[in-house]
Design a protein. Structure first.
Ligand code: ASP
Ligand code: MG
Length: 476
């Protein structure tokens, strides 16, 4: 049995839904008759839907009725378009259309209560965010049935049991496994394809939780582990994990095989095709993971296993991330030992941001200049500044700290493999960026000698990545 996860872009519109249904129907036909052969599907919300849902909740908390109502209307329209396009002649059409209207009616009631309260809790946000996957899974199951594949949508709140850390819940694997075996295996045994919502879980008492943004990959790994799947396939829109983002470097090469540890490292550095939490559940059961392309289903993609084959190509990868801003905390108190200042300030800043759920993908410090650089997502910038201003009282005249912002930055990480090249990846990458005259705003190096991250102006990122890719000899 293969657990297949399809992300938001894979179900971005009616055409993409149809493509996913083709892939699943193809797999289903191939496995006909095999014991426990039917594919399992884990699906994300349609692209942008989770953001829209959450933006609607923030608007509701601000009392902005017009915005949350238009959010709801836009979501209704988006999903009904898919229903109309793909289920035109299907007996399920009325029921699925009704389900979409019903769920979004419930969303509207939820938004109204948030507006009355004038605030929204993380717990409330999880319930709001869970609507996207409920809609996409119900539609996908119906589209499969319309093609003659028996399929049933399953709300993961029924099967993925988590703790109550809303917004970032962790699965309770034993309970989850029991539920999966009881609820999902009988379907598989009857030849029915389960279409399970990604991203969502519920506490033992049944309160909806989410596993964190981008968490559907993690869901697939949890479900694969709980069902003892043969493999877990993450369907994305590129040919696996590559030496660079192929949208930037068309000649980028697929890393055909990786170990669990290497893949986890790349995911940690921001390889967007794989959520960093995905590896752990599959490692524990030794289940192979594949990253494949839903736009090009015959491409083998990247295989991730415990022990990759000996003859594989060992290549470094360049991972780039945009949509970031850099926040600098500076000190004007020269009297204090600078090392002590930076460490203490760093600890306080990182702790406060962590408590507020702000993700800090990169962090660096300069002891001599008494300054600290924090890279955060642009959408977190305002919240992050408010938190740091409160923590360090930077708005007070006698404050010893100042805050600066550098909007529109990007990070470029070069994640190498030991022994790949004699000069070492770090100095090689530095030299290349120097030759290219890229403005490097901040640098962070891993404890290992073969990974390094640069923060650069966003508008220089594309060129710098192309240059680096060529300079590191990754072009064939
Ligand atoms: N829909 C969720 C999100 O946007 C989960 C996912 O796409 O993996 O974060
Ligand atoms: Mg994703």
């Amino acid at each position: 049995m293969i657990v297949n996860k399809f992300g938001g872009t894979s179900v971005g519109d009616a055409g993409r839904f149809a493509n996913v249904a083709d892939i699943v129907a193809g797999q289903h036909a191939q496995t006909l008759g095999a014991v426990r052969g039917v594919p399992v599907v884990v699906v994300s919300a349609m692209a942008t839907v989770t953001n829209q849902l959450l933006d609607g909740a923030w608007a509701a908390a601000d009392g902005d009725v017009e915005t949350f109502q238009s959010t709801k209307a836009a979501l209704l329209d988006k999903h009904l378009q898919v229903v109309d396009a793909l289920l035109r002649g299907s007996p399920d059409r009325i029921e699925v259309g009704g389900f979409v209207e019903d769920r979004l009616g419930e969303l509207d009631r939820l938004y109204r209560s948030i507006a009355v309260l004038g605030e929204v809790t993380v717990r409330g946000l999880d319930t709001v965010a869970s609507f996207g996957e409920q809609l996409s899974s119900t539609i996908l199951a119906a589209v499969l049935r319309d093609r003659g594949v028996r399929a049933e949508a399953i709300h993961a709140a029924e099967v993925v049991v988590t703790d109550d850390q809303f917004g970032q819940a962790a699965p309770l694997m034993g309970r989850t496994r029991d539920r999966l075996q009881r609820r999902v295996l009988p379907l598989i045994d009857r030849g029915v394809v389960p279409v399970i919502t990604g991203f969502i879980g519920a506490t033992e008492r049944g309160v909806t939780t989410t596993l964190g943004r981008g968490g559907s990959d993690f869901s697939a790994a949890i479900i694969g582990a709980g069902l003892d799947a043969d493999e877990v396939w993450i369907w994305s829109d590129v040919d696996g994990i590559l030496t660079a983002d192929p949208n930037i470097v068309p000649q980028a090469r697929t890393l055909s095989e990786l170990s669990y540890t290497e893949a986890a490292n790349l995911a940690y550095y921001g390889a967007s095709v794989l959520h960093p939490k995905t590896i752990r559940p599959v490692i524990e059961r030794g289940i192979p993971l594949r990253i494949v392309n839903s736009f090009s289903p015959t491409h083998p993609g990247t295989l991730i296993v415990e022990t990759p084959s000996e003859g594989r190509d060992l290549l470094p990868a360049i991972i780039s991330t945009t949509g970031l801003s850099l926040i600098a905390i500076g000190s004007h108190d020269d009297a204090r030992g600078s090392g002590g200042w930076t460490l203490e300030t760093a600890a306080r800043a990182l702790q406060r941001l962590d408590e507020a759920g702000v993700y800090v993908p990169m962090f660096s410090q300069s002891f001599s200049e008494h300054s600290l650089n924090l890279v955060v997502r642009k959408q977190d910038q305002a919240r992050c500044l408010a938190i740091l201003c409160r923590e360090f009282a930077t708005d007070r005249e006698d404050s010893t700290c100042s805050l600066g912002v550098n909007e529109d930055v990007a990070t470029i990480s070069v994640v190498g493999v030991p022994g790949w090249n004699e000069m070492g990846i770090v100095s090689h990458a530095f030299a290349a960026l120097g030759n290219h005259h890229t403005r490097v705003i901040a640098v962070a190096q891993a404890a290992t000698e073969y990974s390094v991250s640069f923060c650069v102006p966003e508008d220089q990122m594309t060129e710098a990545v192309r240059y680096l890719h060529c300079e590191l000899g990754l072009e064939r």
